[in-house]
Design a protein around this ligand. Structure first.
Ligand SMILES: C[S@@+](CC[C@H](N)C(=O)[O-])C[C@H]1O[C@@H](n2cnc3c(N)ncnc32)[C@H](O)[C@@H]1O
Length: 287
């Protein structure tokens, strides 16, 4: 049995991991990333951070926690954040959002911006890029259909985790990853090699997206106005005060009547009154 499996099953642990160590990590994750870790996440945290201890050749979690708080941890803080984030994602996840994007929110953005000819879409918490590339496929199809190639149209895609951003930027996936992509988009925008098992996003799609590292806990480095924001399956582990601050910041950088999509288990009920629920996990910014 591997050490990691032993740890998860609580049989025997490779590294000493005390209540104080767990409390230190919970506080650091809450302060740095906004994520609230419950006691049930203890084994998961052990498994993920144990990899960092091995990489650094440390013997106990106490040593690791001391290193993180020493002020000399440097890049290890980045590796720590990367280790604790959950990056599960999928192309065209929650398909109804992409239907709404195609039928309602992109046409509305075009209508609202005929003078500036500028459209901004933000995928906040974009993980390995499957969400912004899905948006880009819908958007590029409309740009071509409506001859909008002279417009200034961009998708901003951000995440706190530098590993997932590197993967997103490469635009390289497996043919298994793109199973959920509708055939018409696959044929138009993805170079699939079934023999090699690879699926590469086209340069046209890549050109539409700017990937940037951004911690949503910090003040936003751009003013917008955004026409559409996707922030899905990101705030699920944030506590309510943190969610209130974040959705208020989003509303500040969104055009009036612009659209916000959130994750299937998330809600703005008692979080923000600046958005109106207009469909399943779909909101319009009202004030
Ligand atoms: C579960 S993924 C969701 C990906 C995508 N939005 C989707 O729904 O498929 C959540 C992403 O949020 C990112 N994240 C978590 N906390 C964050 C923070 N404070 N700032 C920026 N990104 C964060 C994680 O790194 C992770 O990639």
């Amino acid at each position: 049995m591997s050490n990691e499996i032993q740890a998860i099953q609580g049989v025997e642990r490779e590294f000493e991991f005390t209540d104080d160590d767990f409390r230190f990590i919970v506080k650091l994750v809450k302060d740095k990333v906004g994520i609230k870790l419950g006691d049930h996440k203890r084994d998961m945290i052990y498994g993920r951070i144990a990899r960092r201890l091995r990489a650094l050749k440390l013997k106990t979690f106490k040593e690791y926690c001391e290193f993180l708080s020493s002020g000399e941890a440097g890049n290890e803080v980045v590796d720590f954040v990367n280790a604790v984030t959950t990056n599960l994602t999928k192309f065209f996840r929650e398909e109804h959002h992409f239907e709404h994007l195609r039928e309602v929110s992109i046409p509305a953005a075009i209508g609202a911006n005929t003078e500036t000819k500028k459209i901004r879409i933000w995928s906040a918490g974009c993980s390995t890029g499957m969400e912004p590339y899905s948006i880009a496929m819908v958007l590029l199809t409309i740009i071509k259909q409506k001859n909008l190639s002279n417009w200034d149209i961009k998708i901003l895609a951000t995440d706190i985790d530098t590993n997932v951003l590197a993967k997103a930027q490469s635009g390289n996936y497996t043919d298994h990853d793109i199973e959920n992509v509708p055939v018409r988009y696959r044929e138009a925008f993805i170079d699939v090699d079934h023999k090699a098992g690879t699926a590469k996003m086209s340069q046209e799609l890549k050109n539409l997206i700017s990937f940037k590292q951004l911690n949503l806990m910090e003040s936003l480095p751009f003013k917008g106005p955004f026409d559409i924001i996707f922030c899905r399956n990101v705030v699920i582990y944030f506590d309510k005060p943190t969610q209130k601050i974040l959705f208020n910041k989003y509303a500040d950088v969104m055009r009036k009547d612009s659209y916000l999509y959130i994750g299937h288990s998330e809600s703005l009920h008692n979080i923000s009154d600046r958005f109106e629920l207009i469909g399943k996990t779909t909101y319009k910014k009202t004030k």
